[in-house]
Write a protein that binds this ligand. Structure first.
Ligand code: IMP
Ligand code: MG
Length: 409
């Protein structure tokens, strides 16, 4: 028995959904521990694309699915996704933790309202109510999943709070009954369930949402999400001991993307960026927004690897780089004439750092193969391993489940 955490090392959209699906065979359960329906996890099988926002990506492999108390739960998204699964002829074996904070229609309005207050500098949230849902939990004004399932909670203080700054609050009666219907019989103790699975020798996979640089504390604050996105949050977000975290697989794309506002040192403003966006289908899976594109940033990646205690790395979307002539990676930042590769030091001034690039041999037109990488790609992966001091055990060379190359650890 050995648990595994899959965590995104950039600003999300590293391809975690595909990696979770690929590895799920060896696990009995797949667990979401953070974020909410702001996430968009895309899996492509046999030309069909599945996008899930809330339900763990293990569903296609018919795994036990758990949603831990660290997740901000939108009952209506859950209803939609369960509906989609049953339309496919499937049945989700799902347990939602009692303690999940709930995304109400009111927190969604609050999300848009607060973005409006930010004027010319919005965060660019997904407007899924995630930040406000966690904030309402901290204020102790949020119902929890178990309360909705039982239909016993008093929202009068929360309503009074919203009424103090928002007009025309939506009526919640229908939402309450729909939420109760979807949650009834599905809530319980996720941490306890994980421990029971482990005790009988079953392994569990933890599926991260978003990426390290969007972490509420350790990311590019304030341009971050409302949740903790680092692997270190798994035990707290699920109610399991630290020793149950297991291995940490970091997922990084061979270039970088970011959706929404905030500093992005390696952003490509030239045509190559647009080309990568098109080839990599880099549009938000939740909002459809075009993602901002940048070169691989080793300064940020080293920080993410260290912060998460990454034990192995999955590198995704290498195939996209065979479509562009240029190829480089950022190895340090220049801040007011001084060079640094310490991301924490650069963080307070990230908007004004200048990336220092290393040109790499181009992959343009290279055939990546089915089970072994060609020399130029192997050299690139070897270079990353030396720089990051961690093994790349998996390389994704296409969106299909089959386009995956395992490398020995
Ligand atoms: P929120 O999580 O909706 O509050 O959005 C905060 C920031 O995180 C925005 O820049 C979003 O674009 C970004 N974000 C949230 N979820 C994801 C995701 O799953 N992938 C990429 N960016 C995300
Ligand atoms: Mg995504």
């Amino acid at each position: 028995m050995r648990n595994l955490c899959i965590v995104g090392l950039q600003w999300g959209d590293e391809g975690k959904g595909k990696i979770v699906d690929y590895y799920a065979d060896g696990f009995d359960a797949v667990v979401r521990y953070n974020g909410g329906s702001n996430a968009g996890h895309t899996i492509v099988i046999g030309g069909r694309t599945f996008v899930f926002h809330l339900i763990p990506s293990g569903f296609l492999k018919k795994k036990k699915l758990l949603i831990g108390p660290g997740v901000a739960l939108d009952p209506l998204t859950l209803k939609d996704e369960l509906g989609l699964i049953s339309k496919e002829g499937g049945r989700a074996d799902l347990l939602v933790d009692e303690r999940c904070t709930v995304v109400t229609p009111l927190v969604k309005e609050m999300d848009a309202f607060i973005e409006g207050l930010r004027g010319d500098n919005p965060i660019g949230t997904t407007k899924r109510g995630i930040g406000p849902s966690y904030a309402m939990r901290a204020l102790r004004l949020s119902p929890r999943a178990g309360d909705l399932a039982r239909g016993v909670f008093d929202m009068s203080s929360a309503i009074a709070f919203y009424s103090s700054f928002m007009k025309n609050l939506p009526d919640l009666a229908l939402w309450k009954s729909e939420s109760k219907a979807v949650l009834e019989g599905r809530t319980g103790d996720v941490g306890g369930t994980i421990m029971q699975l482990n005790e009988k020798g079953s392994s569990v996979m933890f599926e991260g949402a978003q990426g390290v640089l969007l972490d509420l504390i350790y990311g590019t604050y304030p341009y971050v999400t409302g949740a903790h996105t680092i692997a270190n949050y798994v035990p707290a977000g699920l109610g399991i001991p630290n020793s149950a975290l297991g291995d940490v697989m970091g997922v990084a794309k061979a270039y970088t993307t970011r959706v929404g506002g905030g500093p992005f040192p390696t952003e490509i403003v030239e045509e190559t960026g647009a080309q990568i966006r098109k080839e990599g289908k880099e549009y938000g899976a939740t909002t459809g927004r075009p993602r901002r594109i940048g070169w691989l940033d080793l300064v940020a990646l080293k920080y993410a690897v260290r912060l998460n205690g990454v034990s192995e790395l999955a590198l995704t979307k290498l195939d996209i780089l065979t479509k562009v002539q240029e190829m480089k990676v950022c190895t340090s930042y220049s801040i007011e004439g001084e060079e640094t590769s310490d991301f924490s030091r650069a963080l307070p001034r990230l908007a004004s750092v200048k990336p220092v690039y290393q040109d790499m041999p181009s992959f343009f037109g290279v055939e990546l193969g089915d089970d072994r990488l060609p020399r130029v790609a192997e050299d690139f992966v070897g270079y990353l391993e030396d720089e990051l001091k961690v093994k790349v055990t998996l390389v994704s060379t296409g969106e299909e489940r089959s386009a995956t190359i395992r490398r020995s650890a």
